[in-house]
Design a protein around this ligand. Structure first.
Ligand SMILES: [Zn+2]
Ligand SMILES: [Zn+2]
Length: 597
């Protein structure tokens, strides 16, 4: 969540409802295990809340039902949430038999940590919120009374394990996740979205549609693209490469490893080492696997003298990078250890910079829209005065250019004040999918650090050396992650131009196979991806299988179709378009199988 969004959420009624429901749940759990339940923390989170407990036995789904019933009783009794500031001494007495709370109180006393164990600047007041028999160490905010919680709009969702303070050396607690909304309708919609998210899970669809896998023998977080997934990627990359060429990009290629000196100069070994893999030794030299492509593109820029007339330069590369991620956070194609970025670096003169940003943003949106994405949310991260490289004037000019481009683009955007990395301001573009989820895709990032550390220059009209602006940008982001997002957004039913198999031809009987193969040939000649289902299955079984594979068109061929050189067209949506001449179908698919604009 962006900073501004997070703040808005924290001030919302929903936030208070969820926080208050977490307290009600904790009361119900304590009553279920009188004198034995140890409570840890229970904050609201996006779409709900959780609470962590140390309990004498494992919770079951049946327990959640019992707890929910008790929660509704507590809510109905209309208890007031009472706020009080207390001393550390009083707090310790109150929680004498609650070791996790004692640890939190000690943290508060020392300052530096809040009641969730998160770092804070000043030692806060210690406060509690009490309703009925439950009192929590808490700074709120809460609703005034339990009756403000809608008993028909709450639900306990699941139980998970969570280490106390996220530390695997501390006790494993039981976390109950729950959700709360203002109305029963909202709850229902949310539960639908949860279900739908499961159906769309790219890991599940990746298997069902045979798109990709991760092999234990290869290693976690390393993606194997199967032929069908590989076809989607190839089509996507072909399209993007063509568009890049038209937009004035040059294509470069760079190696997977580079000397340690390179990564020292670039600052990666200083700032990014924890995400890099241990070096290889080759002839007494240390080499690192690349976590980014930038230093290589910088070297290409530096390979000769650049004149003001050469700029702007735009170096594009589908560059595969490797970054260390803990095995616990790896997630299908979304979070991996090796991935390919659709990366590019722009080098331009200061006077070209605003137009360059305009062009890159416009190009960016065109590419994203081609894949059927429509709703975006942009974020502009601005300078953090305590941590920034480069001239303030450059920061101002570039931030201004980014914001003006955003204004002209009509994209909704928010400003994340002071959230930029030290080397330059940036725009992030997130896509809002069919379920309202945000997916980070594109980044347009200024860099005032690399041109300085690698001493990049161009010779200006005045015959003197000047520093170019450098912009990093990735549009789809990583091909792996992008594929995951594509799968989830389209629920595996890729836009027709991207579908790995576009047409399934289904002969009704063996005697129709010849005509089926003939049609397949004609479609292939026109560049379409087609297969003939020659199995001796029943027609309906073949149609069902093609539908499960989300193949856009199913062409059924029987006696009548052979006689009239036609096909019966069915769509993966189960719509039946009826019979159509093969030539008419060719026209139809030619119109439909194109990127959206
Ligand atoms: Zn609380
Ligand atoms: Zn870069």
């Amino acid at each position: 969540m962006a900073v501004e969004q997070k703040e808005r959420y924290e001030q919302s009624v929903l936030y208070r409802i969820r926080h208050s429901t977490a307290h009600v749940m904790a009361q119900a759990v304590m009553e279920m295990f009188p004198g034995e339940a140890k409570i840890a923390i229970g904050p609201p989170i996006a779409d709900g809340f959780y609470y962590d407990f140390d309990l004498p036995r494992s919770l079951t789904p049946e327990d959640l039902e019992v707890l929910e019933k008790r929660m509704r009783e507590i809510i109905a009794a209309d208890h007031e949430y009472e706020y009080r500031i207390i001393s550390a001494k009083e707090a310790k007495e109150l929680y004498a038999d609650q070791p996790y709370k004692i640890e939190l109180i000690e943290g508060l006393e020392l300052g530096g940590l809040d009641e969730y164990g998160e770092p804070i600047d000043e030692p806060p007041e210690i406060s509690i919120y009490a309703h009925d028999t439950f009192t929590d160490l808490c700074r709120g905010p809460h609703v005034e009374r339990t009756s403000k919680i809608n008993p028909d709009a709450i639900k306990l969702l699941n139980i998970a394990g969570a280490y106390w303070r996220g530390d695997e050396n501390r006790p494993m607690l039981q976390r109950i996740y729950g959700t709360a909304w203002e109305s029963a309708d909202d709850l229902e919609q949310y539960l639908w979205r949860l279900e739908e998210a499961k159906v769309r899970d790219h890991r599940r669809l990746g298997k069902e549609l045979d798109l990709f896998s991760v092999s234990e023998d290869v290693g976690p977080g390393l993606i194997l693209w199967h032929p069908r997934g590989g076809m989607v990627r190839k089509v996507a990359e072909d399209y993007c490469r063509d568009e890049h060429e038209k937009a004035g990009y040059d294509f470069v290629y760079s190696p997977h490893i580079g000397k340690s000196k390179l990564w020292e100069t670039s600052g990666h070994l200083e700032w990014f080492e924890e995400n890099m893999y241990a070096p290889l030794e080759i002839e007494d030299q240390k080499y690192y696997l690349k976590p980014m492509n930038c230093p290589f593109h910088v070297q290409i820029y530096k390979s000769k003298m650049r004149s003001y007339r050469d700029l702007p330069l735009r170096f594009a590369e589908w560059g595969t990078v490797y970054r260390y991620e803990r095995s616990g956070v790896l997630h299908g194609m979304m979070r991996v250890r090796g991935f390919t970025q659709d990366d590019a670096h722009h080098f331009c003169r200061p006077d070209q910079m605003p137009e360059e940003i305009d062009r890159v943003l416009e190009f960016n949106l065109k590419i994203l829209r081609a894949f059927g994405f429509e709703n975006f949310q942009a974020y502009l991260s601005t300078r953090n005065p305590e941590k920034s490289a480069g001239d303030i004037a450059d920061w101002e000019a570039s931030t201004q250019a980014l914001q003006s481009s955003l204004d002209r683009s009509g994209l909704p955007y928010e400003i994340d004040e002071g959230e930029a990395v030290f080397y330059g301001p940036k725009i992030d573009i997130k896509m809002l999918d069919a379920l309202g989820r945000e997916w980070q895709l594109s980044t347009i990032q200024f860099d005032f650090n690399l041109p300085e550390s690698f001493d990049l220059t161009y010779v200006g009209e005045d015959g003197k050396e000047h520093r170019p602006y450098m912009i990093h940008r990735a549009l789809l982001g990583s091909m792996e992650r992008f594929m995951g997002v594509l799968i989830e957004h389209h629920a595996g039913a890729f836009p027709i131009w991207l579908a790995p198999m576009q047409v399934e031809i289904i002969p009704i009987a063996d005697r129709h196979l010849g005509h089926a193969n003939n049609i397949a040939e004609r479609l292939r000649e026109r560049g379409f991806r087609v297969e003939v289902d020659s199995r001796s299955e029943r027609m309906n079984a073949k149609i069902r299988d093609a539908q499960l594979q989300k193949i856009p068109y199913m062409l059924v061929v029987g006696d009548r179709e052979v006689k009239t050189d036609s096909v019966s067209v069915r769509l993966r949506s189960e719509e039946d378009l009826g019979a159509m001449r093969v030539d008419d179908f060719l026209d139809l698919i030619s119109r439909e199988a194109v990127p959206s604009v």
